[in-house]
Ligand binder design. Structure first.
Ligand SMILES: *Cc1c(COP(=O)(O)O)cnc(C)c1O
Length: 367
């Protein structure tokens, strides 16, 4: 068998005819920038997440950057993040003028609420939890810390469209949440694309202006801005894909259950929390990330047997890049990064392929 970690061509090939039809329709109308397809997508995206507002933007990183700029982060403002996140979370803060403060992960590999409290200083203005691997943090705990210390919350929900905590969607707990439609994300596009979810009307208009040269929804320039628009063509593809999104999530959760059933008896592994293990959480499994003994050997063995795997962020947490000016140690996170690996997790996988991956992992530890 040959199972790539992510089969990029199939993103297109599996729905080729429909995608060509959409391409032809949009382009024949000359509907390239801010046309009806974008409005339709933004409405459906807001409705799907039960968010008051949604704005399509150029990518997930811009989504967070624009939110932080609109909130008015000032030079020297500290924002607490989990070190187990993409560098984009931190860079969005830096571009907006703030200082990212990375902290340890907790039992679920997401930001540890206790570590947040310990990192708060008089300069702290916000918390930016990453809803990693398609799971939403315990937002009750994070919100209560934020309220107690007067901090804002902006979510890096790039990986978590449709993920829920106590029935509420990732991206809708704080002032704003960023979503990414990068090809390998759960709702993936044919290039870079992203969206911001916003609840407050004033903030919505500020972010809206920033993403379109300062122009507000009425087309009038009201402030300085830039261009971070979502292409109308991308919006049309995404609108179509969002229709079948619930089934996509279902399939990913069922693959996670299969991994759980077949791998749970291996003491050498630390599996992610199973789909139905915690009723407060509804995880969409952007990734299936686990900890493994002899991780590098396992990765090589899987590769030799035709199974592609990936180590998130190239194998380093954000604070492990001294080039970015970080000089701190987070032992739990560092230990995690010696052991973490992601198995293939996407809707292109057949049941037979999932079984084969599990058999190969078991064979590695049993031989
Ligand atoms: C993908 C991702 C981003 C960045 O999204 P882009 O659309 O690539 O800019 C940010 N944070 C996390 C956690 C991500 O996985």
């Amino acid at each position: 068998m040959n199972i790539p970690f992510f089969d990029y061509p199939r993103l297109y090939l599996d729905q080729k005819e429909k995608m060509i039809e959409i391409f032809d329709d949009v382009c024949s109308r000359g509907a390239f920038i801010m046309q009806s397809d974008l409005d339709e997508f933004e409405n459906k995206f807001a409705e799907f997440t039960n968010s008051n507002y949604a704005i399509g933007v150029a990518n997930g990183t811009d989504a967070m950057e624009l939110a932080l700029l609109a909130i008015g982060v000032k030079k020297g403002d500290e924002i607490i993040i989990c070190s187990h996140t993409m560098v984009a979370t931190a860079s969005a803060i830096v571009t907006a003028g703030g200082i990212p403060v990375p902290v340890e992960l907790g039992y679920d590999n997401l930001i540890d609420p206790l570590a947040i409290e310990a990192a708060i200083t008089p300069n702290t203005v916000g918390i930016m939890p990453t809803q990693l691997n398609g799971r939403t943090c315990n937002m009750d705990e994070i919100k209560s810390i934020a309220e107690k210390h007067g901090l804002f919350i902006v979510e890096d929900s790039a990986q978590a469209l449709g993920s829920k905590f106590k029935g509420q969607c990732a991206g809708t707990f704080g002032l704003a949440g960023g979503i990414s439609f990068f090809p390998a994300k759960v709702l993936g596009c044919f290039g870079d694309a992203g969206g911001v979810l916003v609840q407050d009307n004033d903030l919505y208009h500020k972010i809206y202006q920033l993403h379109d040269h300062g122009r507000d929804t009425d087309g009038e320039i009201k402030s300085w801005g830039r261009n971070s628009r979502l292409d109308n063509l991308h919006a049309a593809f995404l609108f179509h894909k969002l229709k079948s999104y619930p089934e996509v999530i279902q399939r990913r959760r069922s693959i996670a259950s299969k991994y759980q059933e077949q791998l749970e008896n291996l003491n050498e592994l630390n599996l992610p929390i199973a789909p139905d293990a915690e009723p407060d959480h509804f995880d969409v499994f952007q990734n299936y990330e686990l900890e493994a003994d002899r991780r590098d050997e396992l990765k090589e063995y899987l590769f030799q047997n035709g199974v592609g795997t990936l180590i998130q962020w190239g194998g380093k947490a954000v604070h492990q890049f001294p080039e970015l000016g970080f000089n701190l140690s987070l032992p739990k996170t560092e230990k995690f990064f010696d052991r973490c690996i992601m198995l293939p997790m996407n809707i292109f996988l057949s049941d037979d392929e999932v079984d084969y991956i599990c058999e190969t992992v078991i064979k590695f530890y049993r031989s």
